[in-house]
Design a protein around this ligand. Sequence first.
Ligand code: ATR
Length: 264
Amino acid sequence: MKKYLVIGNPIEHSLSPKLHNYWFEKNNIDANYDRRKIDKNEIQEIINEIKDNKLDGINVTVPFKTDVIPFLDTLSEEAQITQSVNTIYMHDKKLVGHNTDIKGFELSLKDTQFDLNNKSIFILGAGGVVPSIIYALEKLGVSKISVSNRTKEKAKDLKKNFPNIGLVDWGDQAEFDMIINATSLGLSKEDEIGLNFKNMNKEKLFYDVIYNPKETNFLKTGKSLGCQVSNGKMMFIYQAFEAFKLWHKVKPKIDDELKNFLDL
Ligand code: ATR
């Protein structure tokens, strides 16, 4: 039986085991997917389990997506540019780090049918997933990306890798066609972003990376202003879909039965 793992801290909330194990069953794959809460000093030991054939693949979540990089032999271009790895596997006797968050985000945007061409994007947050979001948006041909983060230093660090982004002080607003909440504000139901939006309309999209709760106050605000809204459910499902394809060479089905099963 093949063995897979998602590592992070905290990890209890991760729905990846539920999703991958569901797809194993549906595709008759003899494998098991588990979660493990780890500390940073355990990363090397766990990654070595792949080399020792005790594990077949690892997904990485917050806060280790960059910390795993020194222990890998090679990175995909996406992982290299974003310095963010969420999927690890062996290929040609080498430990490979890849980033499926980018494709996950991209496919989730496709689902919204929002036309990104020449649009202005305003990103709130500068944490683990933001390099992947910027990479995907630049590839999709948006005209301008602005980033605002409470700790400005972290936004400035992002600019080293993505020099074309604009930086906005926390609390200020950039003009946007699409606004993305990539902060952890909203994980608690009462969390508020604290921005006052003016001149909103149905052409604008509010996107929240958070999928639990399904509708954050940020998305409620977007909805009440008549804008389009999307939560992070499909990004989560599609990043797993891409990892599954890589590991098992099978395209798992994404349908209503799956979405009901995940209860997202
Ligand atoms: P990490 O920062 O470890 O990558 P993350 O969950 O990916 O973790 O990112 C959390 C994001 O939410 C960060 O952008 C964080 O801002 P800081 O860089 O200033 O910490 C943001 N965030 C979390 N709590 C916040 C709050 N109360 N107000 C504003 N931003 C907050």
